[in-house]
Design a binder for this molecule. Structure first.
Ligand code: P6P
Length: 339
């Protein structure tokens, strides 16, 4: 039986990739792993422990009803970041404003973390996979001071690390520090994330497209043209592509990353800037996608190049296999030139 490599062993071994790194990033990644194990335990019990099922009754800045597990997960991640000493502040989907930690130790932290603690949480009650998405930046403000909004509003190209945790049939943590993508599966029998998907590469093309086609009438013509293209019989397979939409971003993204495919959440009449948030959903997944050989755009522009203006800013999101995203962008471009 081949030796199992735990996440901790992997991080330590790869620390050499960062000359001058004194382990802070490694500690943050380990902190994320610890919080994820706790959230995974709570997600697995969600159906049994009624105090965490059902809406918290509050609504977050997105106008979405907060499920209690959202709040539990958010607090779990904030707790590990605040106590770890490497992170001086956070921004999260569940918090209207960013949080600058006031503890003197935390204020010395070199990094900020932006995250969606439990994306797709409306699926909790029906036992569909959900996920955590995170993005790590070096702070721009002076160590020892309070984190600032400027620390949070950095373009995706400045990410030091990005990743997600998928609470699915198994719990997986997938991340990149800009030197490829690696996936780890939680082995509950030893409580460790173990390297299961080394050096993940997404297929250049694929046959799966993920979009909420209920929105099709509200989309621009180029999106309609691309979906129509997906639904045509293709000469190489004599079949159309397959529509696969779970309604949980991390689950749809992860499946496409492995099998090849495209996920599209375009601008619609309801959501003229798209639905997904740039800072803690699109940027981290865009970094993963590009590091695995895929693409991530707004349908026109590279996601990672966008200079954020607001914490909860939304953008249209086309992400996945390179050739599929390129084809979708070509449809969007072609539709613009049609008067
Ligand atoms: P719709 C979940 O709320 C989420 O942010 C993503 O996880 C998911 O892909 C998308 O929204 C689903 O949105 O409008 O299709 O229900």
């Amino acid at each position: 039986m081949s030796k199992v490599t735990t996440l901790n062993e992997f991080i330590m071994a790869r620390q050499a990739d960062f000359p001058g790194a004194s382990g802070e990033l490694s500690r943050i990644l380990n902190d994320i792993a610890v919080a994820s194990k706790i959230v995974s335990r709570d997600v697995r019990r969600a159906g049994l422990v009624d105090h965490i099922l059902g809406a918290q009754g509050e609504t977050n800045i997105q106008g979405e009803e907060q499920q209690k597990l959202d709040v539990v997960a958010d607090q779990q991640f904030i707790r590990v970041f605040e106590s770890g000493g490497e992170v001086c502040g956070i921004a999260s989907e569940e918090n209207d404003d960013f949080v600058a930690f006031t503890d003197e130790h935390a204020k010395q932290g070199k990094y900020v973390v932006l995250f969606d603690p439990l994306d797709g949480s409306s699926n909790i009650d029906v036992n569909v996979s959900i996920g955590t998405i995170f993005s790590i930046y070096k702070r721009k403000s002076t160590r020892g001071s309070l984190a600032t909004l400027e620390d949070m509003l950095q373009p995706g190209t400045e990410q030091i690390a990005a990743g997600y945790v998928l609470y699915g049939s198994s719990t997986m943590l997938v991340y990149t520090t800009g030197k490829g993508v690696n996936g780890f599966t939680l082995d509950p029998s030893i409580g460790e994330f173990c390297l299961s998907h080394p050096n993940m590469r997404t297929p250049e093309t694929g046959r799966l497209y993920a979009m909420n086609e209920g929105n099709i009438d509200e989309c621009d013509q180029g999106v309609k043209d691309y979906i129509r293209f997906c639904q045509q019989v293709h000469p190489d397979t004599n079949k159309p592509y397959s529509g696969r939409y779970i309604g949980s971003l991390v689950a749809d993204f992860h499946r496409n990353l492995i099998k090849g495919g495209i996920y599209i959440y375009p601008a619609t009449n309801q959501s003229p800037e798209g639905k997904l948030r740039l800072l803690y959903e699109c940027n981290p997944l865009a970094m993963i996608a590009e590091q695995a050989g895929g693409l991530a755009t707004t349908g026109a522009n590279r996601i990672l190049d966008i200079q954020p203006e607001r914490l909860h800013q939304r953008v249209p999101f086309f992400v996945g296999s390179k050739q599929m995203v390129e084809k979708a962008m070509a449809c969007v471009e072609a539709a613009k030139s049609v008067v």
